[in-house]
Design a protein around this ligand. Structure first.
Ligand code: SF4
Ligand code: SF4
Length: 134
């Protein structure tokens, strides 16, 4: 029988928060790696999707500092392949939401080149700010 891994109360709170926002039972992840194997963005990420899941399972808030949560394109490849039925894109979104709620600017719209501001569709700017503003 496998011993239960005990994590600190603070880490437990973080796991509970991500679980609540994402609606996923993150502890079900058995680290099979299927998500990482099929992710089209994994070569750009500093953490693989399965590493992201493991850090959340362990309640490690440092996952919020990773670029991987922003590089996830919500393509759902991992979602349809996960043998545990987990929606990792929702977990990545939950991690972004937690960062966004800290209300710390990640980028400054004032530093955008004026040409880009005039050229880019507004919906792309809003989507970009949503992902890149914390
Ligand atoms: S595919 Fe599912 S069970 Fe496997 S590592 Fe990824 S999230 Fe965990
Ligand atoms: S939803 Fe995100 S983590 Fe999953 S395969 Fe797509 S880019 Fe990778």
């Amino acid at each position: 029988m496998t011993d239960k891994i005990v994590i600190s109360e603070e880490n437990e709170e973080f796991l509970a928060k991500v679980s609540e926002i994402s609606g996923q039972v993150i502890t079900l992840c058995d680290q099979c790696g299927t998500c990482s194997g099929g992710c089209p963005m994994v070569t750009e990420m500093d953490l693989t999707p399965s590493q992201m899941m493991r850090m959340v399972q362990m309640g490690q808030r440092e996952v919020l500092d990773s670029k991987a949560i922003w590089y996830c394109a919500s393509c759902f490849t991992c979602t349809v392949r996960c043998p545990r039925g987990l929606d990792l894109s929702k977990v990545a979104e939950a991690l972004r939401q937690i960062t966004l709620r800290r209300a710390v600017d990640y980028i400054d719209i004032n530093n955008f080149p004026k040409d880009d501001l005039a050229r880019l569709p507004q919906i792309a700017l809003v989507a970009g700010m949503r992902k890149f503003t914390g």
